[in-house]
Design a protein around this ligand. Structure first.
Ligand code: ATP
Length: 583
């Protein structure tokens, strides 16, 4: 394919902003390319010569150097080119105008192919060391005089990294589907292949050379980053359990996501944005080699800066000191890290991306030899909101951001590239709008399980409504209790236990044990929200909704207070209003 064909397509792409039209234009181009040139056409159209994550040098030429090239290719003086550039404000248009002005000075064959241009750009990218600037300019001059002035427009933009045709990855996938399968309806299959390899060129080559079926059977490839699965967000453990059912809750560490690819003695690390960050983390590379018991593996985890003495986690900003090109060893000594692993996507020939969570996690456990600095992230399996509340509390105490709660259902595959409901994050920072604790009275309880067997898992708490002399529920509290508190709770409440709900208690929730409203506790939550299950201020702010306290935790007993001394419903309404005003 001639470079001029590419250039004509670019002009047409630039003339439209309609996605469907772009797809058609692009499909025409991609369909016309030879299979072995297709990859190059795609990378060039993206304004690069290979995917960003390869770690290979990109062109990234300074504008000054492009000006030198244009001057030499056109025969104009450098300051003449600079004047044109100042007028046009775009290196591409400047190149085009300059070359138009001095057509006669050109050697101009105009027959360079896409592969010729790609080859030159690749060599330019790889030039380094002494005299490399001169060699880069020489090469680019040769390219520029062998394309049309319009060709020079796009070439100049490409070398300075400013091509920007506005063609997104999804448009390229649509165009490929259209060109090679006759319909954009097959985009899904192409998209999965792309999500697994992050390489549109590779996907296009498999499709063009081996067909749609081969593409559908594509597996992950070591060295090609898998587009990362992301989490949805919910605000409460209850909603989370409702959404996921049985799940595994993991600490949400506040560091940098690593996708680690190991092949024998070679390790590569990719960031959340799929940059190749291997060079910045020689310690993580060494730990992978020492602690991963598989020839080949793709793992994911979160790297966190730690205090090596105490093992305590440091804030995200500390870790970011490691994100640098120079003085890497020094920074490594100064800011050591720990890697907390949570995914095994591939191990010794086995692509695990379509396996459920439990299998992936088990495989991770098998191949990782843990130590303090390289280990599996803490997790618990549960289907109880109260367990999530406790574990969340522990997570926060341990200096993490909260939890990532993951489905363990049969269909809990690794959804590459998706923000999926199979993962739900619960973060502390969404809350903390509620600054003042409230005093609430215990009206019911739920039995504890596991570690809490014999005590209560959660208490149903109410505020007082003096107008109607009723106690209206506002939350279930299960966190903040010490082990000692937990032992004492049943004793303390025993005397107030009763059959059925107290007549002055207004509750839509069916407690397992009911009490006379008597024991008062100081409770701090993160936020007050509308809730259909609590009766505090029911129907007052919204029909069929009351108010609830989110993420409530026990602070202390208020044995000096009686049930009627608790915070009243109107105060909670005021707190809710004050909080929504500041949001
Ligand atoms: P956030 O700012 O909350 O990290 P995000 O958009 O970057 O949001 P999300 O998908 O919402 O990413 O949250 C998942 C991120 O949390 C992951 O990208 C990862 O870096 C981090 N993380 C920490 N611990 C875990 C874990 N146990 N499992 C998955 N991701 C985790």
């Amino acid at each position: 394919m001639l470079y001029s064909t590419l250039v004509e397509t670019y002009e047409r792409l630039e003339a439209t902003t309609k996605r469907l039209e772009m797809t058609d234009i692009l499909a025409g181009l991609l369909g016309a390319a030879e299979p072995e040139e297709l990859e190059k056409v795609i990378y060039l159209t993206q304004g690069k010569i290979h995917p960003d994550w390869t770690g290979e040098p990109e062109i990234g030429m300074a504008e000054r150097m492009a000006v030198d090239t244009i001057a030499r290719a056109s025969g104009l003086k450098k300051d003449e080119v600079e004047t044109i550039l100042a007028e046009r404000g775009d290196i591409g248009l400047a190149a085009e105008q300059a070359l138009n002005a001095k057509r006669q000075a050109m050697l101009g064959g105009k027959r360079f192919t896409v592969s010729d241009i790609y080859g030159i750009l690749d060599l330019i990218a790889k030039e380094s060391g002494k005299g490399s600037s001169g060699r880069k300019v020489d090469r680019l001059v040769r390219a520029m005089v062998n394309v049309s002035p319009v060709g020079a427009r796009y070439l100049a933009r490409t070398v300075v990294g400013a091509l920007r045709l506005g063609v997104g990855d999804m448009t390229i996938l649509d165009a490929l589907a259209l060109a090679y399968t006759g319909s954009t309806g097959n985009r899904g299959l192409l998209e999965r292949a792309y999500n697994l390899t992050s390489d549109l060129g590779y996907v296009s080559r498999v499709l063009a050379e081996e067909g749609l079926q081969a593409l559908g059977e594509l597996h992950v490839v070591i060295g090609k980053p898998i587009r990362m699965m992301l989490a949805q967000r919910l605000s409460t453990p209850e909603e989370t359990i409702e959404k996921l059912g049985t799940c595994s809750a993991e600490y949400k560490l506040d560091g940098e996501r690593f996708q680690i690819h190991k092949k024998g003695g070679a390790v590569q690390i990719f960031s959340r944005r799929l940059e190749n960050i291997t060079r910045m983390y020689p310690d993580a590379v060494a730990m992978t080699l020492d602690h991963v018991n598989a020839e080949e593996a793709i793992l994911e985890g979160e790297a966190v800066a730690i205090d090596p003495e105490t093992g305590e986690m440091k804030p995200f900003q500390t870790l970011m000191q490691r994100r640098r090109k120079y003085r890497i060893e020094e920074m490594m000594e100064k800011f050591p890290i720990a890697v907390f692993l949570f995914e095994c996507l591939y191990a010794d020939g086995e692509d695990l991306t379509l396996e459920p969570y439990t299998i992936r996690r088990a495989r991770l456990g098998e191949i990782v030899e843990e130590n303090d600095r390289f280990k599996l992230v803490r997790a618990i399996e549960t289907s109880e909101a109260s367990d999530l509340v406790d574990f969340f509390e522990e997570a926060i105490t341990d200096g993490t951001e909260g939890l990532v709660v993951k489905s363990t259902a049969d269909e809990s595959i690794y959804r590459a590239g998706a923000r999926s409901w199979l993962w739900v994050k619960l973060k502390a920072s969404y809350q903390s709008k509620m600054v003042e604790p409230v005093d609430l009275v215990v009206v019911g309880a739920f039995h504890g399980r596991g570690r809490r067997a014999g005590s209560y898992g959660a208490l149903l708490m109410a505020a007082y409504d003096p107008d109607e002399e009723m106690f209206r529920t506002v939350c279930k509290v299960g966190s903040g209790f010490t082990d000692e508190d937990l032992v004492k709770l049943p004793e303390m409440l025993e005397g107030d236990q009763r059959d059925g709900k107290h007549p002055r208690v207004d509750s839509l929730i069916e407690a397992e044990v009911w009490f006379n409203p008597s024991l008062v506790m100081e409770i701090l939550g993160d936020e007050i929200t509308l809730s259909p299950v609590h009766t505090c201020a029911f129907n007052e702010l919204r029909e069929k909704s009351g108010l609830a306290i989110r993420f409530p935790r026990f602070l202390r007993l208020r044995e000096d207070k009686s049930a009627e001394d608790t915070t009243v419903v109107d105060e909670i309404v005021d707190m809710y209003r004050a909080q929504t005003k500041t949001m």
